[in-house]
Design a binder for this molecule. Structure first.
Ligand code: ZN
Ligand code: ZN
Length: 185
């Protein structure tokens, strides 16, 4: 069984020390209290870098989920989530930062049917080199799971899991799924 780490309370940091501060400058929690979940000032108990951006994934699933939800609530738009997902990258192909997890969830939760072209536009701004590989009958571009995986640096199986979950919730997203798609590259 994996050895989960305990979250570092404010004031117990070994590296991200806010000298003399009585409240966290990011989340305003008090000394010896846990940061608000998703706080950018919280230190990772494993690598001592910022917990939300490192790739340790060392918290218990319960704590990790709280952190992911805390970050999720901070996204204000699809663009901001896409930007966050593209900024942070892990060396290991199997790990993702909590920020990436939260961004991915936000992206898939917030693409309404009426805004299918929005994700294409946002992707094009963020990843100019990423060209839709499929088109539907109306000529809208669709991204494959492989392209999303590569662009967001998130494992393919995780992309597929999220797409499956989203499809069963019938939210819809501009990825190649149906038989109506045709390859254009
Ligand atoms: Zn904090
Ligand atoms: Zn870490």
């Amino acid at each position: 069984m994996k050895d989960y780490k305990t979250r570092v309370s404010f004031g117990s940091e070994s590296f991200m020390i806010q000298a003399g501060a009585e409240k966290c400058s990011e989340c305003a929690c008090d000394l010896d209290q846990l940061h608000v979940a998703g706080c950018a000032g919280e230190e990772c108990p494993q690598c001592a870098k910022a917990l939300i951006g490192c790739c340790c994934e060392c918290l218990s699933p319960y704590d990790g989920e709280k952190v992911i939800q805390g970050i999720y609530r901070q996204f204000a738009s699809l663009e901001s989530a896409l930007q966050a997902a593209g900024e942070e990258r892990c060396q290991s192909a199997v790990n993702s930062s909590y920020l990436q997890h939260a961004a991915m969830r936000y992206i898939f939760d917030n693409v309404p049917d009426t805004a299918k072209t929005e994700i294409a536009r946002a992707f094009h701004l963020r990843f100019p080199g990423l060209v839709p590989r499929m088109q539907d009958d109306e000529g809208r571009g669709y991204y494959t799971a492989e392209q999303l995986s590569e662009a967001l640096d998130i494992p393919l199986n995780e992309v597929n899991e999220r797409i499956d979950a989203m499809m069963s919730a019938s939210n819809g997203i501009a990825v190649a799924q149906g038989k109506k798609m045709r390859k254009i590259h």
